[in-house]
Design a binder for this molecule. Structure first.
Ligand SMILES: Nc1ncnc2c1ncn2[C@@H]1O[C@H](COP(=O)(O)OP(=O)(O)O)[C@@H](O)[C@H]1O
Ligand SMILES: [Mg+2]
Length: 370
């Protein structure tokens, strides 16, 4: 059987490159080498694409030579390597394992669409919704899915602190609309900290959200699929700090625990899975997505956000939840690749332009009749 050519894209321009590298290492390790020929492409922080050799993932080999590579528009996935005598190689599927801006936000997905190559994960629209928590919230709210109360400000608007506190109370959460990884997010417990928190959030986006603080458990659910998405068993993030902050996500001394599966009664578990699938559909996701919710003590479930390229190391929540649901990591990868191909095939059926020549001929004959 001929192997499928898979290109892994990793590292990337966002601050989540360390996790991207770990995710890519795991994906590389678990992809079936009998089925797939794998090309490794590091996207440097300045945006350059660099082809790496397999040994790049060994700690000692990270300074090995690299080869410049590019993916031209309409190339059908043909990568062009620009080393001395240029050569080209066609990829069957591209797997972006890039977290955060310029990876998860529709920009890379747009490039892959222009190149007309199948790729893993949400397409441009679903990815772009991810980068804007305001748009995400409005879509969820429009679908009747419960979310936290929130206000939105842009950097050219006057901010009325009294209105914020009267509407949302304290504590509240101030966050940039974009980004991820808890960067620029502050839990404001006293009015005197509000202005500083707002300023901090505006460092990362021109639009910010201020949300009421939800008191509840943080539950996460993995969703997989295109037209018929399935939800995994839910897991829980147990944070011993005031919230699941950047430090808690990254630092070696973080105390946050991940509980898989979350200890929930059957009815709550099913309710979380149902709301996760509903949110996934509403937010135009395909391939995969991790839906994060708050579970209040009274049983109410509020959706916090979706991540379209969730962290993917073998110990990350997304694959771990699938493992707990009965799908091992390597099967999950096979499924994601199949979903990428299936989505690409189904989108091919959509006509982009109307049938130009037919219309033109019709118009020409119309002119003849004048
Ligand atoms: N409205 C809220 N109420 C309570 N906690 C929140 C709220 N919004 C965010 N948090 C806390 O902050 C963390 C990061 O916020 P989130 O919106 O998920 O941003 P990111 O996209 O950076 O992960 C959450 O995991 C949660 O711990
Ligand atoms: Mg989050």
């Amino acid at each position: 059987m001929e192997k499928l050519n898979i290109a892994l894209l990793f590292w990337g321009r966002s601050s989540e490159h360390e996790v991207s590298l770990l995710s890519a290492k795991s994906v590389f390790r678990w992809l079936d080498k009998e089925k797939y020929a794998i090309t490794l492409i590091e996207i440097a922080q300045d945006g350059r694409w660099m082809m790496r050799q397999e040994d790049f993932f060994d700690e000692t080999a990270q300074n090995t030579p690299w080869e410049p590579v590019m993916l031209p528009p309409e190339s059908e996935g043909v990568l062009c390597f620009e080393w001395e005598n240029s050569r080209c190689e066609k990829m069957d599927v591209i797997f972006p394992i890039l977290h955060g801006p310029y990876g998860e936000d529709g920009t890379i997905q747009g490039l892959l669409d222009l190149a007309n190559v199948p790729y893993v994960g949400a397409w441009v629209l679903g990815s772009a919704i991810w980068i804007d928590k305001d748009v995400m919230n409005r879509l969820l709210r429009d679908a009747g899915i419960p979310i936290a109360k929130f206000l939105v400000y842009r950097d050219y608007e006057t901010i009325d602190e009294k209105n914020i506190i009267d509407t949302l109370w304290l504590p509240c959460f101030v966050k940039p609309a974009g980004n991820g990884s808890s960067i620029g997010i502050t839990k404001v417990t006293e009015k005197k900290w509000l202005a500083g928190a707002i300023q901090e959030a505006f460092r990362y986006d021109r639009k910010i959200l201020i949300e009421e603080a939800i008191v509840g458990r943080e539950i996460e659910c993995s969703v997989l699929g295109n037209e018929k998405p399935q939800a995994s068993l839910p897991g829980e993030v147990v944070s011993f700090e005031s919230f699941y902050s950047y430090h808690e996500k990254y630092a070696s001394d973080q105390k946050t625990q991940i509980v898989i599966p979350a200890k929930l009664d059957e009815a709550t578990q099913e309710a979380v899975r149902a709301i996760a699938i509903q949110s996934y559909r509403v937010l135009e996701c395909e391939g995969m997505g991790r839906v994060d919710v708050f579970l209040k003590e009274n049983g109410e479930i509020l959706v916090n956000e979706i991540n379209t390229i969730p962290w993917f190391t073998s110990y990350s929540m997304y694959p771990k939840l699938w493992e707990a649901t009965g799908m091992p990591y390597d099967t999950l990868l096979n499924t994601l690749i199949q979903l990428a191909v299936a989505r690409h095939e189904s989108r091919k059926k959509v006509q982009i332009a109307h049938e130009y020549h037919k219309t033109l001929n019709q118009e020409e004959s119309d002119w003849d009749n004048i």
